[in-house]
Design a protein around this ligand. Structure first.
Ligand SMILES: Nc1ncnc2c1ncn2[C@@H]1O[C@H](COP(=O)(O)OP(=O)(O)OP(=O)(O)O)[C@@H](O)[C@H]1O
Ligand SMILES: [Mg+2]
Length: 502
């Protein structure tokens, strides 16, 4: 029989926040159901209720028309519902098949010995059935993020899951891995698996999903077949307003040279890279994941001392290993890509997370200038339209995208000269993206130099004054606005550009 899940009248409050308000949501075997909404709309919360990770206050969950009690993750697993989280739950030191059979190991008949050959064989057969090639005997440690995600999904499928929830699955994947994931999703669909797919990327949603449901402030505001609606309708239902596009006012960068990078190399990471960055310029680095560009950007900020070559900042040669504190004192800022682990101090409030890198400067006569901090925090929250119930809320309770906005906002009111941004719009909803672009543009207008790493070529072309493409640790070509050639950039980063024919 074809399975289905029906959630009805689901309610959930966290203190004063009504995260879910009378939500009806269903999913049927063989379909991909996209769940979308602005940051903080309630998507992850709804899926955590389904997965048993949090308890609902109201509502019913039925499977195939019968009530099911989901009070913990084990209950969800028992009825074939699996969650693929962004934080991998795999064990690095074990093989692919060990991970897939974890807790359900196969033994040689009548012995306590593991039947490794049989586990590997089954995994290989199952991978083949889905048109995937991956050696089941490899250690998970040696896999890239796309392969790890496939192992997670395989583990779910092989433990009889028929419904798989993916919360922003492509946010850490390269273009090639995304293609592979979509292919895998189509195969699963044809095998009768149901997928709930949370994403902020409209083209992905319209490319892969049969149905799309939009949440806004804890409620469902639209639920349609993707063939019966449009990207515009979905986007405007998210906020109740049209998307006002960001259009970049381009200008030639004529500021003074702020940063000068000469022949820098780091073993097995990047090699012999040189460039300058001017005041007020938006210089974007792009490539595929693993291209070395983010590591280079972190080196500029002082997070690295294992490099060779010269980096000069305002004509002063930087000492390798000077560290981030010195970088901040010099007027540099950094927003990393890994905001959940490096970017935030989870137990602290939103206010403290914003004010932290600023505390030194807000001391007047040794006292903390609280008025100044309040002003800074209010402005930061307003400028990025971050959604939080109050500045004193602990940051760990914010939704994924809102954590990100806070990480970004903390740099805005400082005396910045150079801001390094890694994937500034990852996990950010469509409306907030335009806000972030506007803030970046304003900073450039003020004379701040921006060094930005992005893997999204459309974002690069739209936002940059100058672009440097990377492939396997080397810088390939430089493009200056308006001479952007997207096809050539794509060829560069894939290693097939004209300069790369060796
Ligand atoms: N454990 C928690 N404690 C307090 N508030 C929470 C908790 N979890 C979620 N919230 C709040 O519930 C609301 C919905 O959050 P949720 O994480 O479901 O949003 P989301 O739609 O997944 O957003 P994003 O796209 O940014 O990931 C937010 O206002 C969030 O701050
Ligand atoms: Mg979320």
């Amino acid at each position: 029989m074809t399975h289905r899940i029906d959630m009805t009248g689901i309610g959930k409050s966290f203190f004063a926040t009504r995260a879910l308000d009378d939500v009806d949501f269903s999913c049927v075997a063989g379909e991909v159901h996209a769940l979308v909404g602005l940051n903080g709309a309630g998507k992850s919360t709804l899926m955590k209720v389904l997965g048993g990770a949090i308890e609902r206050d109201q509502g019913r969950i039925e499977m195939d028309g019968r009530d099911v009690a989901i009070t913990g993750p084990a209950d969800a697993r028992a009825i074939g519902v699996a969650m693929i989280h962004q934080e991998y739950s795999l064990i690095d030191e074990l093989t692919v098949y060990d991970n897939i059979f974890l807790g359900r190991e196969l033994h040689r008949k009548g012995t306590p010995f593991l039947n490794k050959a049989e586990m590997a064989r089954r995994v290989r057969a199952e991978l083949k059935r889905f048109g995937l090639s991956l050696d089941p005997g490899r250690l998970v440690r040696d896999l890239n993020s796309g392969e790890k995600q496939i192992v997670e999904i395989m583990r779910a499928l092989m433990s009889e899951a028929w419904l798989i929830v993916m919360d922003e699955p492509t946010s850490a994947l390269s273009e090639g891995d995304k293609e592979r994931l979509f292919h895998f999703i189509r195969r699963m669909k044809s095998e009768g698996v149901a997928i709930i797919y949370i994403s902020h990327h409209m083209p992905e949603i319209f490319g892969i999903a049969e149905r799309v449901t939009v949440m806004r402030d804890g409620r469902i505001v639209l639920s349609e077949r993707t063939t019966d609606t449009t990207e515009e309708a979905v986007i405007s239902s998210m906020s109740g307003s049209e998307l006002d596009d960001f259009v970049k006012p381009h200008k030639a960068a004529e500021g003074e040279i702020l940063l000068s990078v000469r022949n820098v190399s780091k073993t097995a990471t990047y090699h012999d890279v040189s460039f300058d960055l001017r005041q007020g310029e938006i210089l974007m680095l792009t490539g595929l994941r693993g291209c070395g560009a983010p590591e280079l950007a972190k080196t500029v900020f002082g997070l690295d001392d294992g490099y060779r070559g010269d980096i000069a900042y305002r004509d002063v040669r930087l000492k390798p290993g000077r560290g981030p504190a010195a970088a901040v004192r010099d007027g540099m800022g950094l927003v990393t890509e890994n905001r959940d682990t490096n970017g935030i101090l989870a137990p602290l409030s939103v206010r403290d997370n914003i004010a932290l890198p600023f505390l030194e400067k807000s001391l007047s006569f040794g006292l903390i200038d609280n008025t100044r901090i309040e002003r800074l925090v209010d402005r930061a929250i307003r400028d990025t339209s971050a959604k939080t119930s109050s500045p004193s809320q602990e940051i760990r309770f914010l939704s994924g995208g809102n954590k990100q906005k806070i990480c970004f906002s903390r740099w805005l009111d400082r005396d910045l000269e150079l801001l390094v941004l890694l994937e500034p719009t990852r996990g950010i909803d469509v409306h907030a993206k335009a806000d972030i672009y506007r803030i970046i543009e304003e900073l450039a207008e003020r004379g701040v130099g921006l060094l930005i790493l992005s893997y999204e070529i459309d974002e690069v072309v739209m936002l940059a004054d100058r672009v440097i493409t990377f492939y396997e640790g080397r810088s390939i070509s430089e493009y200056v606005h308006p001479h952007f050639d997207k096809d050539r950039m794509l060829a560069d980063i894939a290693g097939t550009g004209p300069e790369q024919a060796a």
